[in-house]
Design a protein around this ligand. Structure first.
Ligand code: FBP
Length: 312
């Protein structure tokens, strides 16, 4: 397979990384509907663990079965399927090689009150399952943030030593952050920077709002010429915060919403140079045919933006 120009360009951002890591990044970047474009479309299915089974899967009960998500990911042609150990174990053998896998190696749950995640899988699990990457969530700002950073640093170092790519879900929350502050532009950009510093190859963030949460960031964001009034400009700023646009940054979907709202948001993300989407509930809570059509359209939006010059 020829590695395309846009993918070669993305891989050049990771100079100094081990060949196995770059090969696994290429595996995801060359796979599926966005394959070769330098953009990614990831299906994350950790919500059963993170939010609860009925909250996640009752709207489309077929989703209680992990095999449903493997088949959806394969048929849709996403770049990768991301899920915790239990889910991946069910399908990794039967569907071996059909879709790149990301093992989500830490998980929170909706029953606890502390903003924290437990390590729920190992690098060895990821290797045995044939994964391309391992993934961790961090909660910058939480009272447990420093322990989380240390856990993720250690996991990321081990993963890289074995040629796995590292994905970090950067979700500021807890501590003194307000709920609205979790998606404020200064906070999302800060989370992306921390994830990059911790060694993420792919960073996952939520679409940022125009709120500025932290007092120390106000003067920087209120300086003349700093216009963050559109989602497109805010996405571009978050990319800057991730090593001057030299880390892949993908944006999440959030709770299920009106399909036109999904497309409008993703069009702005793609126009801002966002490297792709990671869309869970908006996918698997819809009927299968609708979900497949939606994923195809999302992929087309990213590919078109890439070829139109909203360069990664
Ligand atoms: P969604 O598209 O369903 O939002 O999934 C993306 C994701 O990052 C999941 O991997 C994770 O379970 C979820 O968002 C976390 O959402 P929240 O911040 O609401 O707990």
């Amino acid at each position: 397979m020829q590695i395309t120009g846009p993918v070669r360009e993305v891989l050049s951002w990771y100079d100094g990384e081990r060949p196995g890591v770059k090969a696994n990044l290429a595996r995801m970047l060359m796979h599926g509907l966005t394959g070769g474009s330098g953009r990614l479309l990831i299906l994350p299915v950790d919500q059963g663990f993170e939010h609860g089974p009925a909250v996640s899967f009752a709207p489309n009960p077929a989703g209680y079965d992990p095999r449903y998500h493997f088949e959806l990911a394969i048929e849709a042609g996403v770049s990768a399927l991301a899920a915790p150990l239990g889910f991946l174990t069910v399908g990794a053998d039967r569907y071996a090689g059909a879709v790149p896998l990301i093992l989500k190696a830490n998980c929170a749950n909706g029953l606890g009150s502390i903003k924290d995640e437990a390590i729920t899988a190992t690098v060895r699990d990821a290797l045995e399952l044939g994964c391309s990457a391992i993934g961790y969530t961090i909660y910058p700002g939480s009272d447990r943030q420093y322990e989380m950073f240390e856990e993720v640093r250690a996991g990321a170092a081990e993963a890289k030593a074995h040629g796995l790519a590292v994905v970090i879900w950067a979700y500021p929350r807890g501590g003194s952050l307000s709920h609205e502050g979790e998606t404020a532009i200064d906070v999302v950009a800060y989370g992306a920077q921390i994830a990059a510093q911790l060694g993420a190859h792919i960073i996952k963030v939520k679409p940022p709002t125009d709120r500025i949460e932290t007092a120390q960031a106000k003067s920087a964001y209120e300086a003349p010429g700093c216009d963050l009034s559109t989602l497109k400009s805010r996405v571009s700023h978050v990319l800057e915060a991730a090593f001057g646009k030299r880390r892949l940054v993908v944006f999440s979907g959030g709770p299920a919403k009106d399909i036109d709202a999904v497309y409008a948001e993703i069009t702005s993300i793609a126009a801002g140079g966002g490297h792709g989407s990671i869309v869970g509930r908006n996918t698997f809570q819809r009927p299968r045919a609708e979900a497949l059509a939606m994923l195809r359209r999302i992929a087309a939006i990213h590919v078109a933006a890439g070829s139109a010059g909203s360069q990664p």
